[in-house]
Ligand binder design. Structure first.
Ligand code: G3H
Ligand code: 13P
Ligand code: NA
Ligand code: ZN
Length: 328
């Protein structure tokens, strides 16, 4: 059944677990996530970005999610819009049947320029008023996450230009978070706690302390009824990087957020954990390997089947690690 983000995250908060929110763009990704959820008895958050809607088309995405719900009647599914650029985008997604929308007012509608706090409050408030009337949940964002485009420190985090901000200044402020929630009424809040989008998060192997755990705890204490969201939560599995490289791929040295650190975040209040890159890496690795091994093969289903299996394993591992398994 289709459920709201609020319903899923309220249950997660009550029982102290986290729910992975996987980005989806096509049939194979949706099937991989649903198979993993069925085999682990987990609730599901499927999220689609503007890029996903551009790739698949709004009608195809909507019908694929309907098919997932029809095929797995016992699994609760939230259909979430990831990084909505404006109230108009959120309104279109609500009309299309999404049960949750993210208004990312931390950036202007061009999704490149950092916004003012007042702009963020105004657009997020507008979306919350509109969404709550029809039972749709809302996620806002406060703080400077790493670049949406390159996944590297960039526009959104202020470190790309001359005026380099300190690590502390980039993190979400607990007092401002409390004010933001009071003024917007969001159900969930994406916070800046040391992560960034994409495959290139860290140039050296993390040795713990990647996440600002004290900051997560402080924000959670300040706004206990607002569910915290961690973007940029891919772990960038070194095994898949190796497989990509061994099969003609070109990926330079890079590290993600260790799963154990995410679990520490969940212990301190994180409830929704956004993952896109790990599925991309696993699918690319599986396709490259199969193409190199079976050079006479030309039935694309053979490649997609391996890609689906690889993505499914990632999803199963995250459902289990985050305490989500058995909660459907
Ligand atoms: O937050 C960004 C997600 O990874 C979606 O990426 O805009 O390329 O679909 P995308
Ligand atoms: P990753 O790039 O780390 O998978 O993050 C995805 C994300 O935050 C989508 O909103
Ligand atoms: Na989101
Ligand atoms: Zn994100």
């Amino acid at each position: 059944a289709l459920v709201s983000l609020r319903q899923l995250l309220d249950h997660a908060a009550e029982h102290g677990y986290g729910i992975p929110a996987f980005n989806v763009n096509n049939l194979e990704q949706i099937q991989a996530i649903m198979q993993a959820a069925a085999s682990t008895d987990s609730p599901v958050i499927l999220q689609a970005s503007a890029g996903a809607r551009k790739y698949a088309g709004e009608a195809f995405l909507r019908r694929l999610v309907e098919a997932a719900i029809e095929s797995y009647p016992d699994i609760p599914v939230c259909m979430h819009q990831d990084h909505g650029a404006s109230p108009a985008v959120c309104q279109a997604s609500i009309r299309s049947g999404f049960s949750s929308v993210m208004m990312d007012g931390s950036l202007m509608a061009d999704m490149k320029t950092p916004s003012s706090y007042d702009y963020n409050v105004a657009v997020t408030r507008q979306v919350a008023d509109m969404a709550h009337c029809v039972g749709v949940s809302v996620e806002g964002e406060l703080g400077c996450l790493g670049s949406l485009e390159s996944g590297q420190a960039g526009e959104e985090d202020g470190s790309g230009a001359e005026g380099v901000l300190s690590h502390e200044q980039l993190l979400t402020d607990p007092e401002q978070a409390a004010d933001f929630v009071a003024r917007t009424g969001v159900d969930a809040l994406a916070i800046a706690i040391g992560t960034s989008h994409g495959a290139y998060k860290f140039t050296r192997k993390p040795t713990g302390d990647i996440l600002a755990i004290d900051r997560i705890r402080a924000i959670h204490e300040r706004i206990p009824n607002t569910h915290l969201v961690m973007h940029g939560s891919s772990s960038v599995p070194q095994e898949w990087l190796e497989i990509i490289r061994q099969n003609g791929g070109d990926i330079r040295e890079t590290y993600g957020v260790p799963v154990e650190e995410i679990c520490e975040g969940i212990k301190n209040g994180v409830r929704k954990v956004n993952i896109d890159t790990d599925i991309r890496l696993a699918m690319t690795g599986a396709i490259r390997r199969t193409m190199m091994q079976d050079t006479a093969e030309f039935d694309p289903r053979k490649f997609f089947k391996e890609a689906t299996a690889a993505a499914r394993q990632i999803c199963q591992d995250r459902f289990e690690a985050f305490g989500c398994a058995g909660r459907a």
